[in-house]
Ligand binder design. Structure first.
Ligand SMILES: [Zn+2]
Ligand SMILES: [Zn+2]
Length: 342
């Protein structure tokens, strides 16, 4: 099969490699059609991701067509258009029983050393991780289900409701997916920030009320002006560094809430605790998604509650993976989401 292979840091190659095979009765073999490049794969490319370690076939945002099913598979057949929830949890620990599959310490994530990913033309996935793509959703949109699920989880655990004023730091794919889910949840005013005019324009198309250009506007002053000096009720961190973390506190209303969704890397992050305490702000982590978030994301797509097509900036043949990964890492061109196609 064809695959994009990260052999060592900063070295991605297009290769031909043997297909994975069905081993267990509940396994399903899927021919991948589209797979997105996530920020975590750029970390994998740099060799800085904790579990996506080269040499590796990474990839976890995908859609495809079933080519083969194991003996015990009941709900699917060859030819079905599907997506895969890219985490296999143990199903029996206390976290799994509570429905917190994302917190299971035994889970395997697609595109890591434990589970070969969708940058390969075929993957094997257990039946419980597979979902049908409804007829009115394209395979390209299906590949966005994973970032939308990350956003669904973040919004679902937040205090966002009808009428909430929200500030989202960052107009990357996760920031924009959070925007779409906040709109769906009934947020009233959504303010965003970024340093790329291209990404800011996409955020506006998808429904941001105000997008602050972080290069030459003072974010804290702007948020203060828009919210009559109070700050946003809920702030989502979708760009992870010390600056955004401390800025989030300053942009949050007294007694407001910060949801941390971004990858901060492995280093410690300086944080001004005093500002945080003096405003009695809550800070909540949001990690990946649970199965229910995938159902919510697919339902939102299927029933037209969100339109995220403008997020897809480029669709690139897998054969060109090396040049595209280098471009994505260097950000030498504008994009929100890049999909590889097989
Ligand atoms: Zn992702
Ligand atoms: Zn578990």
């Amino acid at each position: 099969m064809r695959a994009a292979f990260i052999e060592k840091p900063y070295d991605m190659k297009f290769i031909n490699t043997p297909e994975p095979v069905i081993e267990k009765p509940d396994d399903i073999k899927i021919m991948i059609k589209f797979t997105g490049i996530c920020g975590s794969e750029i970390h994998a490319y740099k060799g800085t991701h904790p579990t996506r370690l080269p040499p590796i076939i990474s990839g976890h945002e995908s859609s495809g067509i079933i080519t083969e099913v194991g003996k015990a598979v009941k709900k699917f057949k060859p030819g079905d258009r599907v997506i895969v929830i890219p985490q296999k949890s143990c199903g029996i620990c206390k976290d799994c029983i509570r429905g917190d599959e994302n917190l299971c310490s035994e889970k395997a994530v697609l595109g890591t050393i434990k589970w070969q990913g969708s940058f390969g033309e075929y993957i094997i996935a257990p039946e419980r991780t597979v979902l049908n793509i409804p007829d009115n959703i394209s395979l390209e949109e299906g590949a966005l289900a994973e970032p939308l699920s990350v956003a669904a989880h973040a919004v679902r655990i937040s205090n966002v409701h009808l009428g909430t004023t929200v500030f989202i730091q960052g107009c990357g794919p996760i920031g924009i997916a959070i925007l779409a889910m906040c709109r769906f949840a009934g947020a009233e005013k959504i303010i965003m920030s970024d340093i790329s005019q291209y990404n800011m324009d996409i955020a506006k198309q998808i429904g941001a009320n105000v997008v602050i250009y972080a290069k030459n506007q003072n974010i804290i002053d702007e948020i203060s002006a828009i919210t009559s000096g109070e700050g946003a009720e809920v702030v989502f961190i979708a760009v992870g560094n010390s600056e955004t973390l401390n800025e989030a506190v300053q942009c949050t209303k007294n007694h407001g809430q910060i949801i941390e969704v971004a990858h901060f890397g492995n280093k410690d992050t300086p944080f001004n605790i005093k500002n945080f305490r003096w405003k009695e702000v809550s800070l909540l982590g949001s990690f990946m998604f649970v199965n229910k978030d995938f159902e919510i994301a697919m339902d939102a797509l299927t029933n037209g509650k969100i339109n995220v097509k403008p997020m897809i900036s480029k669709i690139i043949p897998i054969e060109d993976c090396a040049a595209v990964m280098k471009m994505a890492y260097e950000r030498s061109e504008n994009f929100v989401k890049i999909l590889f196609k097989f």
